[in-house]
Design a protein around this ligand. Structure first.
Ligand SMILES: O=P(O)(O)OC[C@H]1O[C@H](OP(=O)(O)OP(=O)(O)O)[C@H](O)[C@@H]1O
Ligand SMILES: O=C(O)c1cc(=O)[nH]c(=O)[nH]1
Ligand SMILES: [Mg+2]
Length: 194
């Protein structure tokens, strides 16, 4: 499955959104990949995650478990782990920091693949990787459905992306006028209050 195949899955799901979005990183973008509309369709989610699982095995060989950052990473992490035939866990924010909770644990030195939905700046991936390492896991690779940086981000381990594209994103104080004129949506969970 190549980048165009993945984008077609997003298009068919109505998940390739245009407007004015503030991203997890605080950057603003005219494009948002609303991955939940993709993952809500089990067959579509399975097609994407089976392809991602195959790419992970082809790149780094077998792994012991997959761990994802909540919320967006949970469904693709679970589905990718299913195709890898390994257990699936997630980290979630506790006082703002990703932690393994809910009885999840890793054995020292277990080979872990970190599975994200979308990578933009890689900040969430790096935070998730740090949490896995703090729990004793060896993160052998990061994987994602879409890398919006076009291969530019460095998450400290090899990043295996099913699709790679460059999408414009701007700091809040450098918005193009046509973007600034649109009402802003903040669809992610980083700034949600409890
Ligand atoms: O590479 P980055 O710049 O960190 O951006 C990508 C992250 O942003 C989104 O999560 P978000 O924090 O919006 O919350 P969500 O997972 O609940 O959608 C997405 O799920 C990635 O985790
Ligand atoms: O960077 C993000 O927060 C982000 C971008 C995107 O297209 N989709 C998403 O869910 N998050
Ligand atoms: Mg996320």
């Amino acid at each position: 499955m190549n980048t165009e195949d993945v984008l077609n899955e997003f298009r068919d799901a109505g998940a390739l959104r245009e407007g004015h979005f503030v991203l997890s990183s605080g950057l603003h973008s005219p494009v948002f990949l609303q991955k939940n509309l993709v993952f809500m369709d089990g067959a579509r989610c399975a097609r994407l995650c089976k392809a991602l699982a195959d790419k992970i095995v082809a790149t780094v060989g077998p792994v012991d478990a997959a761990i994802s950052p909540a919320v967006g990473g949970i469904i693709p992490g679970y589905e990718t782990a299913k195709h890898l035939n390994v257990r699936s866990m997630y980290v979630e924010r506790e006082s703002g920091e990703f932690k393994l909770r809910r009885g999840f644990s890793v054995e020292p030195g277990e080979k872990i693949v970190m599975v994200e939905d979308i990578v933009t700046t890689g900040l969430s991936s790096r935070e998730c990787i740090a949490a896995i390492q703090a729990a004793g896991g060896e993160v052998v690779a990061a994987a994602c459905i879409v890398d919006r940086s076009g291969g530019k981000v460095d998450v400290g381990v090899p990043l295996i992306a099913l699709a790679s594209l460059e999408v414009p994103a701007y700091p809040a104080d450098a918005l193009p006028p046509e973007l600034a004129a649109l009402p802003v949506e903040d669809p992610g969970s980083r700034r949600l209050s409890k």
